[in-house]
Design a binder for this molecule. Structure first.
Ligand SMILES: [Mg+2]
Length: 391
């Protein structure tokens, strides 16, 4: 099997790190960031961790318990901004970036050793130093052959840091896999929940090594396909690919010169319909909607006339667009003028599922989409209503 090389980049104490970026006076001070309405602790500085503040601890309790800790209200909009800067930096290394949460991303680095003319370890060292240099955020990077092992490697780096060993990267190479599997409990593995580890414990399976030593039939019977996949991932055979979302294009357009110069409006409308269909189809395959569309006419002597409109509801269906396009064409079409081409374009593109959000917000809905995704992830982690938008 072809070995993948996968890295997990994770920002350290992310919300606290963001706060320290804009308030340097918080450096070297025990700091915690609180959830919505100052409910509970969602991010802790190393100092606060060492003092014993627990993740998720209710603020009304720990504010009395830890008087020396500075507790700050969370500001998710700002954290998303910093997150975007970190992620943009990662795209400098590879297009294969899967943004997994507001502060974590998987990178498929397979083959990049040749591109960068250095070892994979050197590449991840560079990621650490360049994110720090250009964004000001500390990240840890785990490197291995599958997502599960990369996540494990990242945890190892974090553990070393907890013990005050300054190590930002950790690699689980082929020779280390068996040793790591012996040292790691199944309950520590990414994606293994309480029920699964309880079930495994019942069968006296504690470590990852115990687990991968089980035969496939037993695993399939007890944990199904997911279990078999987990076994392969732990052995360093990548099953779960890094799913990168290509950055959305800014606009989609289409135009084509007529076979012969035209003065016939019906002919032009039919050509326009063809272009609208192609543009809409492209939006749908990319799972995008647009909130601005336009028509462009080019005359025989290369003069360009165009007309565009903003849409109240972002769409990607030609049925809604054809009439609007005709209206726009009416505005720029002049009888008797000889035309060489017609074109149609869609701009202000945003992901399809952010549609609801962009309805009540004029700002870049792509950013809002990311925001809402991060929001979902946070809610998954800490429960509903954990953070609300300010302002
Ligand atoms: Mg983190």
């Amino acid at each position: 099997m072809d070995k993948r090389v996968i890295a997990l980049v994770d920002c350290n104490n992310f919300f606290v790190a963001c706060e320290r970026l804009r308030k340097p006076e918080l450096l070297n001070v025990p700091v915690c960031v609180l959830s919505n309405n100052d409910g509970c602790v969602v991010s802790r500085s190393n100092e606060a961790k060492r003092m014993g503040v627990q993740m998720g601890a209710p603020y009304f309790i720990c504010k009395n318990q830890f008087k020396k800790v500075k507790f700050l209200s969370g500001d998710l909009t700002y954290y998303c901004e910093i997150s975007k800067r970190v992620m943009d930096k990662l795209y400098d290394f590879t297009p294969d970036v899967e943004i997994y949460s507001i502060d974590e991303a998987f990178l498929d680095l397979t083959g990049l050793r040749k591109t960068f003319n250095c070892s994979y370890e050197e590449i991840i060292e560079r990621i650490v130093s360049e994110v720090k240099r250009d964004v000001g955020i500390d990240v840890s990077v785990g490197l291995s052959y599958s997502k599960v092992l990369a996540k494990l490697a990242n945890d190892k780096a974090k553990n070393l840091q907890k013990n005050k060993i300054d190590k930002k990267t950790y690699k689980i190479g082929f020779r280390q896999i068996q040793k790591e599997l012996k040292e790691t409990l199944m309950s520590e593995v990414w994606g293994v929940g309480k029920n699964t580890s309880a079930l495994l414990k019942k069968h006296l399976i504690q470590t990852c090594h115990d687990f991968v030593s089980q035969d496939d039939i037993w695993i399939k019977k007890n944990l199904g396909k997911v279990g078999l996949e987990l076994k392969q991932e732990l052995l360093g055979n990548s099953i779960h690919q890094v799913v990168s979302v290509a950055q959305a294009p800014k606009s989609i357009s289409r135009s084509e010169s007529f076979k012969e110069f035209q003065t016939d409006k019906n002919y032009i409308v039919n050509e326009l319909k063809r272009h609208i269909h192609k543009v809409c189809k492209k939006m749908r395959t990319e799972e995008l909607v647009c909130s601005c569309v336009g028509v462009m006419l080019r005359t025989k002597d290369f003069q360009v006339f165009d007309c565009k409109i903003n849409l109240i509801n972002p769409i990607n269906s030609e049925f809604e667009l054809i009439n609007k396009a005709k209206e726009m064409l009416d505005k720029i079409f002049v009888d008797g003028v000889i035309y060489r081409s017609v074109g149609f374009f869609a701009t202000k593109l945003s992901p399809q599922n952010s549609r609801q959000i962009s309805l009540f917000d004029g700002e870049s809905s792509i950013k809002k989409h990311e925001l809402s995704k991060s929001w979902d992830k946070l809610e998954e982690k800490f429960g509903k209503g954990i953070i609300k938008l300010g302002g």
